[in-house]
Design a protein around this ligand. Structure first.
Ligand SMILES: *Cc1c(COP(=O)(O)O)cnc(C)c1O
Length: 423
């Protein structure tokens, strides 16, 4: 399609957008009385209007029923989390029994490492990407120290080539093969939070399994964004947060995937609690732990219902729309955004560099050469909510659920004015 940098053209794309009605299903912050152009759905997704009802229902049941709500609420709390498994399985390409919701992301990655990082004298190394999201770096370091290992030896960081902004799959595979039978675990962010690069999860998982390692993925920036086929790819485990593209609210409950091949096994190491035991006998309060046959075996505590409720509300929207329609719009709106950037770049004379490779999801990370923080401040003051990383990278994620093509056009105009003003 031949794009045009004009308001009429952007509005035409919106008129043809099968998802256009969903924009009104979200609350938008306002700047100067106008809805913002929201590019930070990769950090905290907007609030769906229907979420309030789901939270109110829990609050009302709690007020009216108190402890009885566990079994007699409109949606009883004791197994409320089970309602999320089927829609989440659809989003991540899993079987419903492989998916559960619990805790928060870094906590879950730690818990999954308890089960799937079992270092031995020979096989103890972990492969991750260099400059991983800081929480992941702290997790690797503390896990290795917990096992009495030296991160300088046991942690193998994947490097990018000199002067390149992205990792090459062939380099990753080579590193996995080189590490070979010393490799215990591959654990990478499926979509890199900084550059927006999408890793070839299928090929990397295959390579990791071929040398006998466990393969897990941190899907914080992948879930609800790109196509995932965790089961078919043979991934061992994965975890993600629900507050980025999944629009479930700040600090909200995390999702977990455990491959079917690890379910229902007696010899697995795991930190356990009462919500992981068979629900049929849970309230007999017996001393023996009998694991649930699905990923719920990893649950420890009873579920945080006030946190799970917004996740259920949001998953209803993902179910209605389906990942294919979201991905179709995401590709088109990201392509339009890149086109707008190129057009503005010509008008202001060459300052942008998109560092996100073609293997991408919703996010474009852009170097604004010659620009600094004042431009970012100008964008924010003019209702463009974006994210600035020193020295001069902005990350733009036009979430397909609620961003419009008109937003992209208007962003271009504000960006141009901001640059002309600052130079
Ligand atoms: C957002 C993000 C996290 C956040 O971790 P929490 O435990 O939810 O605070 C972790 N890892 C990656 C890669 C992220 O992008």
């Amino acid at each position: 399609m031949q794009f045009q940098n004009s308001l009429e053209f952007a509005r035409q794309l919106d008129a043809e957008d099968p998802l256009r009605k969903y924009r009104d299903e979200f609350h938008f912050p306002k700047v100067n009385g106008k809805q913002v152009i929201y590019f930070t759905g990769n950090s905290l997704g907007l609030q769906p209007k229907r979420t309030q009802k789901f939270v109110d229902e829990v609050m009302n049941d709690w007020a009216a029923l108190a402890v009885e709500g566990h079994f007699h609420a409109e949606k009883p709390w004791w197994d409320y989390h089970e309602k999320l498994a089927a829609p989440l399985a659809m989003v991540v390409g899993a079987r419903p029994e492989e998916v559960t919701v619990m805790n928060t992301l870094t906590v879950n990655l730690h818990l999954l490492m308890v089960s799937f990082y079992r270092p031995t004298a020979k096989r103890y190394k972990i492969i991750c990407e260099e400059k991983a999201f800081p929480s992941d770096q702290y997790m690797f370091d503390s896990q290795l120290r917990f096992h009495g290992l030296d991160p300088n030896d046991a942690l193998v960081e994947l490097k990018k080539r000199e002067g390149e902004h992205y990792w090459r799959t062939e380099d990753i595979i080579k590193k996995i093969e080189e590490t070979g039978d010393e490799l215990a675990l591959v654990l990478i962010g499926g979509v890199n939070y900084y550059s927006g690069q999408v890793f070839d999860m299928q090929e990397i998982t295959k390579a990791g399994k071929a040398v006998g390692a466990m393969v897990g993925w941190d899907l914080a920036h992948a879930v609800g964004n790109i196509e995932l086929l965790l089961h078919d790819w043979g991934v061992d485990f994965a975890a993600w947060c629900s507050y980025k593209y999944m629009n479930s609210g700040p600090g909200n409950a995390s999702g977990v995937f455990v491959n079917q091949r690890h379910l229902n096994k007696k010899d697995i190491q795991r930190f356990e609690g009462w919500w992981g035991t068979k629900k049929e006998t849970r309230f007999l309060m017996k001393p023996e732990f009998e694991p649930m046959e699905n990923a719920d075996a990893w649950q420890i505590s009873n579920a945080p219902i006030l946190s799970v409720a917004p996740y259920l509300a949001s998953l209803g929207m993902f179910e209605e729309v389906g990942m294919n329609a979201l991905i179709d719009k995401r590709k088109k709106i990201v392509a339009y955004l890149e086109f707008i950037l190129e057009e503005i770049d010509k008008e202001v004379d060459g300052t942008f560099e998109v560092i996100t490779p073609p293997d991408r999801g919703c996010q474009l990370s852009v170097f604004l050469h010659g620009q600094g923080k004042p431009l970012f401040d100008y964008l924010m003051e003019n209702g463009v909510i974006t994210d600035w990383r020193e020295p001069n990278v902005i990350r733009l994620a036009p979430a397909p659920f609620y961003c419009s093509y008109e937003d992209m056009y208007r962003f271009g105009q504000i960006l141009k004015k901001g640059i002309l003003k600052n130079t």
